[in-house]
Each structure stands twice: as structure tokens, then as C-alpha cells.
Design a protein around this ligand. Structure first.
Ligand SMILES: [Zn+2]
Length: 310
């Protein structure tokens, strides 16, 4: 079913969530479970738990076969008067336009712990990181036209600092970064089993590139989720989706982006955001949908397009 909500917003909902079987669901869930485990202590930037998460990501990047962007995939940066953060970055070389890059981002940091209670951040954002690893695995096996960087960002929760550090001090000329794909909270379908996508309203040229894949989504996908929107079920609270996550620093540099995420849910930024509350069927369907859209963008835009920000 395709429902037109307004000029800018489309909702595509399959009759029921389905799986296409294109990804390794077991590995996806295992990655999420490990990244959200108590052992990682909520992954606050600069913490012992964060260092454990970095080690795990380096191990997974190596196993998947990503090339390192820097020594051991580590891209350290300094923020907020001397605090240290570490982005973890690897890449695949494109076979058609290798000098043009897609940067996939997902923040691995979360809120750490407080009073002995751990903020596991299963949906926020172990889900996005595990999804990114799944994308990396797919594109190693199915080489992309563009080169693709997979960047697990640090210190997002305190101000998008990992993504800001990447665009301020990029490991390649920023003019070669054609798109940013940002994944932040993709495992919970609580609010109407919906996955949201933002980015096509501001960059209309993206629409034809991804349209067909959008219509083949196997979860309920709503596009045009951008600007300041009222939260579902909340009468006054609004969320500024343009600046809510790591796509914002890319957008500020006029790099077109697609951001995928679910709406804020009852466990958002609570100690109850745990692995057990993830919805495996929704999550797997969401990751397959994101994968199909990124693959379509890669395939249909091997000729660079100029950014447009109105
Ligand atoms: Zn987040």
C-alpha cells in the first residue's frame, strides 16, 4: 500500500512485515546483543566500556574484510576542551567510481552508567552499529560502484562530536563524499511498526535514485521525516530531526544524506533500552529495507549529482 501524506511525505506499508532473507539475521542480532551487553557498560565516550566496544568493532571490521581508514581502524579526535573520542572507520573500494564515497555512519557511544545502573542502549544505537556491520558484510560480498566508508562514531550523545570531527578533519577530501547514510535507532517498531527515512525532502534529487527500493520496503517506511516534528503521543514536545543525529554535520557541509530511525519510544534514553526489547522481525526487515535502499542509491548514482539544499 502506498499512501501519499503530502507533497513531501510518503508512507509505504506492506500488508505485513516480511523478510527477504538477504542478510544474516543471526549475526545481526548477535552483534547487537554483544554491543548492548553489560560488559560494554553503556559505552560512554572515554570509558572502559567504550574501549571494549572499540575492540569488538575492530575485530568485526577485520573479520568482515574492511580496509582500515587509519591504523587499526582507529580515528581518534579531541572535543570539548580536551576530551578524547575514537571513531572506528573502515572502507570498501568501489569498482566503478572508486573516488566517490558513500559514508555510512552509526554512533556506538551511549550514556554509560549512573548509580550502578547501566544504560545498555540496545536500540540507541547498538542497533544502528550492528546494521552497519551487516551492510559492510553485504557490500564486501557484492562490491559497490562507489567506495563505501563504514564509520562507527563516538561522542554522538553529547553533541555529535564524532561526526563533526570526521567532516572537520576528513581522511579524504570532503568533495569526494557524495552521500551520508546515517543509522540511529532502527530495531524497535513500537510506534506503528514504522521506520522513518529523512533526507529526500531537502535533497530531491535522491528521490528517483531510491524510489523503487522504497516501494519494495518490507517494513512500514515513511519518508520525509525531517524538520521539527511533534512526537507521536506527545502534545507539545517536538524533535528537530534535521539536527538529531550524525547526519547533521554532513548536511551542514551540503552533503546529501539519508537518515534512518524509528520514533522515540518509551525506553529511549532509559536503562530499559535492552536487547530483550528489540523486535527481531521488525529489526531484520528494517535492515533489509535500508540495505536495498543503499544498494539502489549506489547503483543508480554512479554518476555524481550536485547537492541541492532547498
Ligand atoms: Zn542515538
Amino acid at each position: 500500500m502506498l499512501a501519499s501524506c503530502s507533497n513531501n511525505r510518503l508512507a509505504y506499508c506492506p500488508p505485513q512485515p516480511s523478510l527477504k532473507g538477504t542478510i544474516n539475521q543471526q549475526q545481526l542480532l548477535q552483534d547487537l546483543k554483544i554491543i548492548a551487553s553489560d560488559q560494554m557498560e553503556g559505552r560512554e565516550a572515554g570509558s572502559v566500556g567504550s574501549a571494549k566496544a572499540q575492540k569488538y568493532l575492530q575485530m568485526r571490521y577485520r573479520a568482515i574484510g574492511l580496509k582500515p581508514l587509519n591504523r587499526n581502524y582507529r580515528l581518534p579526535f579531541t572535543y570539548s576542551n580536551g576530551k578524547q573520542g575514537v571513531n572506528i572507520g573502515g572502507f570498501i573500494s568501489g569498482h566503478q567510481v572508486p573516488k566517490d564515497y558513500i559514508v555510512v555512519t552509526a554512533h556506538y557511544d551511549h550514556l554509560g552508567k549512573s548509580g550502578g545502573r547501566i544504560y545498555n542502549g540496545a536500540d540507541d544505537n547498538a542497533s544502528g552499529v550492528a546494521a552497519m556491520l551487516t551492510l559492510a558484510e553485504y557490500f564486501v560480498q557484492n562490491p559497490p560502484a562507489h567506495s563505501i566508508i563504514f564509520l562507527a562514531t563516538d561522542a554522538e550523545e553529547s553533541g555529535l562530536f564524532g561526526a563533526k570531527a570526521f567532516v572537520e578533519n576528513p581522511p579524504l577530501p570532503l568533495s569526494q563524499v557524495k552521500y551520508n547514510i546515517n543509522l540511529d535507532m532502527v530495531a524497535r517498531g513500537d510506534n506503528g511498526q514504522r521506520l522513518y527515512m529523512a533526507g529526500t525532502r531537502r535533497n530531491k534529487q535522491l528521490r528517483p535514485l531510491v524510489e523503487q527500493a522504497v516501494y519494495q520496503s518490507n517494513v512500514c517506511l515513511r519518508t520525509g521525516h525531517e524538520g521539527k516534528l511533534r512526537r507521536r503521543g506527545a502534545s507539545l514536545a517536538t524533535t528537530d530531526w534535521d539536527n538529531a543525529s550524525d547526519h547533521a554535520p554532513f548536511a551542514k557541509r551540503r552533503i546529501p544524506y539519508l537518515y534512518f530511525g524509528v520514533d522515540l519510544h518509551r525506553d529511549y534514553h532509559k536503562t530499559s533500552d535492552i536487547f530483550e526489547r528489540v523486535d527481531p522481525l521488525f529489526y531484520t526487515g528494517a535492515v533489509e529495507t535500508i540495505l536495498n535502499i543503499v544498494a539502489a542509491l549506489d547503483k543508480n548514482s554512479s554518476k555524481p549529482v550536485s547537492p541541492q539544499t532547498n
